[in-house]
Design a binder for this molecule. Sequence first.
Ligand code: GDP
Ligand code: IMO
Ligand code: MG
Length: 434
Amino acid sequence: MPNVIILGSQWGDEGKGKIVDLFSEPFDIVARYQGGHNAGHTVFIGDQKYVLKLIPSGILRPGKKAVIGNGLVIDPAALLAEIDTLEAAGIAVAENLSISNRAHVLLPAHRMMEKMSEGRPGRVSIGTTSRGIGPCYEDKIARRGIRIADLLDKKFFRAQYDALMEEKITIAKAFGIAEDFDLAGIRAQYEAFADRVRPMVCDTAWLLNQAIRDGRRVLFEGAQGTMLDIDHGTYPFVTSSSASAGGACTGTGVPPTRIDGIIGVSKAYITRVGGGPFPTEALDGAGDQIRQRGNEFGAVTGRPRRCGWFDVPLLRYTAAINGFDSIVVTKIDVLDPFEKVNVCVAYRIDGRELTEMPPTVRDIETIEPVYECMPGWNTSTFGISSYDELPTRAKDYLAFLESRMGVEIGCISTGPERNQTIVRAGSRFAELTR
Ligand code: GDP
Ligand code: IMO
Ligand code: MG
């Protein structure tokens, strides 16, 4: 009864939402393990579009249980708005969602603190989603954060909230970014949030481990992508959580010995939102064409995504960090009209070819990508659901990526909807999601 992690292998927005929704069917529980409402996971079911931010995509399947693990930072207002939107669309959320009592609580002051790091002259601007995610994780690591269990303890919460806000306002004043907060009003609002979330809160690590012992299957859903991981990504142009496979254990309390498979999701090209190095970024018409065809605009902030060519060294790096058993390649249809498709097969710095990902942004910025130019297939792959029906050149493209990455491509996505998907017969992917 394999338990599986599905996560992003690039800089996020790889199509994780679609893949998790589609393959959650044989699983009993879908668990998110990190991030917050900086994530935007889009799922189409027929004409209906859902954008999930904090709630795992598995919630869309009737009867599935969803878990928000301890590794997340939760803005209760964003969570409750998401619950209300889904329930208004006929999805049963309240009875199927469990929220970790150890997850951290995001406050309006965290957004204010983000202005200090993002807006001030002389500071490196990361181009964050401005949701206060980084400052909330800062408080967690600094051991002064407020957790969901604290929010539910009225007396303790009051004292902790007042002390934390006093500290935040002192710092904000010193930096000239203090906002006028109705401190008591916000506190009362959070007390009301506590009453609404209380019935969903529990020890989710216990719940998940017990479920696994009882023979039920868990699918772990990553947010962001490995190149945005706080340790393994393009630091400091990263998010503040552990988006890679290791995060699934620390962010849920399920031990590594209970995880049986790890699946990476990658686009047939690559995108990035916000600042930071991007070796294969296509700053010419090709990048614009990918953006238009792939509708590459952020699901959370609406910002245009930067677009570029498939990067094999980057995938080899993220495959190693995560131990991918299989890779899903999404959005192959976006490349349909191209006469030629570039693939970066190596990195060159100062005339030397590298096999590793350089550790610093300074080094990554000096990378010259070595491209191999593949002939395009120049015909529609949109909606194809059988591997045999793919045009030969599209198959050649996938075979080339597979051989250079050294990991199988077990699934190919040819459109946003559930039925626009190919599963390779006999693949490890098919085995893990059966
Ligand atoms: P996530 O954050 O990884 O879940 O990805 P996003 O939802 O932010 O972005 C992926 C976008 O691509 C969404 O709008 C999906 O509906 C869409 N999408 C997913 N797979 C495919 C595909 O194979 N082809 C096309 N054309 N669109 C896709
Ligand atoms: P999903 O789950 C793409 C990026 C932001 C910024 C950096 C830090 O939909 O793939 P943050 O607000 O997290 O402190 O911003 O990370 N970022 C994402 N990019 N997809 C996401 O999520 C992202 N979540 C954060 O654009 O560069
Ligand atoms: Mg997204």
